[in-house]
Design a protein around this ligand. Structure first.
Ligand SMILES: Nc1nc2c([nH]c(=O)n2[C@@H]2O[C@H](COP(=O)(O)OP(=O)(O)OP(=O)(O)O)[C@@H](O)[C@H]2O)c(=O)[nH]1
Length: 156
């Protein structure tokens, strides 16, 4: 009896928690012929939430600031050295599997180096008005609507 009680206590202590994932992502912008374009990326078929589109970025690691984390991710994923600009959106989203993310989006208007596809299934420049045509991650949908309607970046 005592043994089973002790086991239960241990289980509770090591029970996996699902912490909020702190994520940063970039709205990399350029002026195209038909207006502002943003750089979007498609997840690989073998990744969770496969083939969904997203903005490049990733999780903040312990000890990193958000801008620092985003510069590192853009370098790892796309091979660029980016100047991280203004933070334009923050979204909290709970995915159906119970995981929650806190997403911060930063504008990037300048970067050095060619954009290299290091981890994505596909990637491209998309005019803001065309964003709703892409199957984006659920957490991004409000932002996609705002961007496609010309909101959020008016003062950028
Ligand atoms: N980079 C990026 N991540 C996003 C966006 N929207 C969104 O919900 N996320 C979520 O934020 C997390 C980013 O983590 P990550 O890029 O470092 O790692 P990952 O996809 O391999 O996820 P995992 O390591 O949690 O399984 C993912 O869970 C992803 O689903 C977005 O627009 N860009």
């Amino acid at each position: 009896m005592r043994d089973s009680i002790r086991k239960l206590e241990v289980r509770v202590e090591i029970a996996p928690s699902r912490p909020l994932r702190l994520v940063v992502a970039a709205l990399i912008l350029r002026k195209g012929a038909g207006g502002t374009e943003v750089f979007i990326c498609q997840r690989k078929p073998d990744q969770p939430m496969s083939l969904k589109w997203e903005f490049p970025g990733g999780k903040i690691e312990p000890g990193e600031g958000p801008e620092e984390a985003l510069a590192r991710e853009l370098n790892e994923e796309l091979g660029i050295a980016a100047d991280i600009g203004e933070r334009v959106a923050q979204i909290r989203h709970k995915y159906r599997n119970g995981g929650a993310v806190d997403l911060q989006f930063f504008v990037v208007k300048q970067f050095r180096g060619p954009l290299e596809n290091r981890i994505f299934n596909d990637m491209r420049w998309a005019p803001l008005a065309t964003l709703p045509e892409y199957d984006f991650l659920a957490a991004d949908l409000g932002l996609i609507r705002d961007l496609s309607e010309g909101k959020l970046l008016e003062k950028i």
